[in-house]
Design a protein around this ligand. Structure first.
Ligand code: ACO
Length: 439
């Protein structure tokens, strides 16, 4: 028999756990927003038991000062600031500063930060030859992850995770170079020449210029695209202990360098259940259109567990109410398409799908709402970003969040290598069978 009770004694709360007649007291940790967690780190030492929580549904891997989200109320804040305010008033570099250094920069701090980034936008010329080794149709996420990992071969002077100056160099290099690495992967896929970064341009302008300009023509950067891109990067910039961020922290916990850790995060993000859902969502919407636009048919399919089909861009581990990022993106999407006078059938099908799903008892009961990936693809399409690049854009946005978490983990007094345990369920000890006697 076992049971857990929570006791409040003055300021300190503890949880009492009864296990096989023995009583163990575990401290209760309370966050600044009154979230509570039971600290079970001494449990095995004191009882021989571990906790099991597949998919970490109920596991707090750390405490963190960076991002607060409340999935029941649909709240998301970076360093205490509401995502709605940051998306409306800041640019992405400003939000990156906030995530990395914990405060909104004043004019001079922001200017210096922008200048430091500008010094690092180019890739080493030898890195360009990496791209010749990849097949033309390689997925840009595979290229992104490989080239980011490759940065550790070129910048061996900044790999020590315990040297703050080296870490600072690496974080600037990463944030400055990711748009260059990303746009080169696109240029490679369409056989156009790489476009060098232009340091007089802003972060988003520079990315669009490297993506879409060609040597033979003047490219005019559309201000609406720049502000849409800024907004998208900001709403993707952090989301506490999600799959890719946890990966970055996990890899970094072994004292692997920042480039290697971020490369692992990019790989985690690629999966269709995580960042890859934006690409999968647009593919799904195209499939629905090609199949006659029968939205109800696909909602029914998603409800049938045996079909193996899910509505991509729907549902979230944490949000059980609306995803505030999806609300911001949908409003921006509406505005951009109206301004550009674009009638995108994809947007229309997406809205119809949302309507049908949100009024369906299956989605209501399971609290499944559109997530960040549901409408972002429609904006990317309006800007002219090809579908295979969608998750790359997500990675560009998430980068400052990954770095902030990696640094926070290294700065933590309790930092240890991340090493979960397991309950073994395989065969017990067996006699070895020589090969000739095996059936
Ligand atoms: N379509 C249909 N049914 C769904 C969907 C969906 N998109 N999402 C969840 N469900 C159902 C599941 O079948 C499950 O039903 P059950 O209780 O009968 O078994 C229930 O809702 C709970 O789903 P889980 O998969 O257990 O929830 P979990 O928290 O593990 O997964 C996830 C969350 C991965 C986001 C899931 O909702 C999903 O697969 N969504 C589609 C992919 C997607 O959009 N991912 C992007 C998420 S946002 C981001 O990472 C940036």
């Amino acid at each position: 028999m076992s049971s857990v009770t929570e006791r409040e004694t003055g300021m300190d709360q503890t949880a009492k756990l009864e296990l096989g007649g023995k009583e163990i007291t575990c401290p209760v940790i309370t966050g600044s927003e009154e979230e509570k967690g039971i600290d079970i780190s001494r449990l095995r030492a004191e009882t021989g038991y571990i906790t099991v929580d597949e998919g970490y549904v109920n596991t707090g891997s750390t405490t963190s000062d960076i991002t607060f989200l409340n999935g029941e109320k649909g709240i998301l804040r970076y360093r205490g600031y509401r995502i709605e305010d940051l998306a409306a008033h800041c640019d992405f570099v400003e939000v990156s500063y906030l995530l990395l250094y914990g405060k909104l920069p004043n004019d001079q701090e922001l200017h210096e930060f922008r200048m430091s980034l500008r010094r690092h936008t180019m890739l080493h010329e030898d890195m360009r030859s990496f791209y010749n080794g990849f097949p033309r149709d390689a997925h840009p996420m595979a290229i992104l992850s490989s080239v980011v990992s490759g940065l550790s071969t070129f910048y061996q002077d900044s790999l020590n995770p315990s040297d703050p100056e080296q870490v600072r160099q690496s974080e600037l290099r990463l944030i400055a170079k990711l748009p260059t690495i990303a746009s080169y992967s696109y240029k490679k896929s369409i056989g156009q020449p790489f476009v060098y970064p232009q340091n007089k341009l802003s972060y988003c302008e520079n990315f669009l210029n490297m993506m879409f300009s060609v040597p033979g023509e003047e490219y005019e950067i559309d201000a609406d695209f720049v502000s849409a891109l800024n907004m998208l990067l900001i709403v993707h910039a952090d989301h506490e202990q999600n799959c890719s961020t946890s990966t970055v922290r996990m890899v970094g916990s072994s004292n692997a360098n920042l480039f290697a850790s971020i490369s692992a995060g990019i790989s985690a993000l690629w999966g269709p259940l995580h960042g890859g859902a934006n690409e999968a969502c647009v593919n799904m919407l195209e499939r629905i259109i090609a199949d006659g636009g029968n939205v109800k048919k696909y909602v029914e399919l998603a409800k049938d567990r045996d079909s193996g089909f899910r509505l991509m861009g729907f549902g979230h581990r944490v949000y059980k109410n609306h995803d505030p990022r999806a609300t911001i993106i949908k409003a921006a999407c509406d505005k951009l398409l109206a301004k550009l006078e674009i009638k995108d059938p994809l947007f229309e099908v997406a809205q119809e799908l949302e309507d049908v799903a949100l009024n369906d008892s299956y989605f209501i009961e399971k609290k499944l709402y559109p997530n960040v990936d549901f409408y972002s693809g429609v904006i990317y399409r309006a800007i002219g970003i090809p579908v295979q690049m969608f998750t790359v854009l997500f990675a560009m946005g998430r980068l400052p969040g990954w770095i902030a978490h990696w640094k926070e983990m290294h700065a933590s007094a309790g930092k240890r290598i991340c090493r979960p345990r397991q309950v073994y369920t395989g065969p017990t000890c067996r006699e070895f069978v020589p090969r000739e006697n095996r059936s």
